[in-house]
Design a protein around this ligand. Structure first.
Ligand code: MG
Ligand code: MG
Length: 278
């Protein structure tokens, strides 16, 4: 490690990234509102794309070589990278994770994800899936809160892992992790969802990263499906994925992909997001 090339962002650049983050967040909100039993993941993809384009931005997922959609939509035992399809129709009680990103005309990226349990399913199964999603979301906010005061980046992974372990017996994906965000959707540094021996890079103002825990209700072991994209659990247990793009600047921390800048999620840590002021 230590060979990572981290591109720190100026306050002016973070302000431009906020645009990309807000558009990403609004696309995800639009998708969340549309989730009902009977809708296909391809229809959700179209909603995300229309929302992003309504703000004059583009899907950055479509810029990934070989990927042709605006979202990834991963259902039940799929954890991440599920490909939208007209044949993938949501049923009551399914847990779905939606991952999405926008790139603005100025060339800045946002990247975020949420999980959601489709209403109307079997109560016991839905409660388990909701608990899985809640554990993953809580670990995301624990990681974001850790970033606010971290001196080295491994403090984020430690906080994410600790939160997950405190929530229950969940698997943490090992080979899929968070990353820097900027003019590219995926930049250095690597952002682990677990404790690493390496301290990771120094945390300093201008760092913009996507924190994105990916967990399972069973084993951490996953496999890649025949479509060469979808990451599914080996044991068939359910998966969950939550993600935000977060900026650390001289004034504090700002969750770029959250409409409220992270205010609600950070409240229980006694932290307040600080928007950049030029
Ligand atoms: Mg993402
Ligand atoms: Mg990401």
């Amino acid at each position: 490690m230590g060979r990572e090339k981290i591109t720190l962002k100026t306050n002016a650049e973070i302000l431009l990234m906020r645009e990309a983050g807000l558009i990403t967040g609004r696309a995800l909100e639009a998708v969340k509102k549309a989730i009902v039993p009977g809708i296909s993941t391809l229809e959700l993809d179209a909603i995300a794309e229309a929302t992003i384009e309504s703000f004059g931005a583009k899907s950055n997922f479509k810029l990934v070589a070989g990927y042709h959609h605006t979202i990834c939509a991963s259902i039940n035992d799929e954890v991440v990278h599920g490909i939208p399809s007209k044949d993938r129709v949501l049923a009551a009680g399914d847990i779905i994770s939606i991952d999405c990103g926008a790139i603005t005309p100025a060339g800045w990226n946002g990247d975020a994800a949420f999980s959601f349990v489709v209403p109307g399913g079997d109560e016991a199964v839905s409660a388990q899936r909701q608990a899985l999603s809640d554990a993953c979301e809580a670990s995301l906010w624990a990681g974001i809160a850790a970033l606010a005061t971290a001196t080295r980046l491994n403090e984020v992974g430690r906080a994410v892992e600790k939160s997950i372990r405190n929530s229950g017996r969940y698997g943490i994906l090992q080979d899929y992790i968070g990353h820097g965000v900027g003019r590219s959707m995926h930049e250095d540094p690597a952002v682990f969802n677990y404790q690493t021996r390496d301290l990771g890079p120094v945390v300093e103002p201008g760092l913009v990263i996507a924190i994105e825990p990916m967990i399972t209700a069973g084993s951490e072991k996953v496999r890649i499906l025949a479509d060469e994209w979808t990451i599914s659990t080996k044991d068939g247990s359910d998966g969950s994925h939550w993600e935000h793009t977060v900026a650390l600047h001289s004034g504090g921390i700002w969750v770029l992909t959250a409409e409220d800048g992270g205010e609600a999620g950070l409240a229980k840590y006694g932290l307040k997001p600080v928007p950049v002021n030029l």
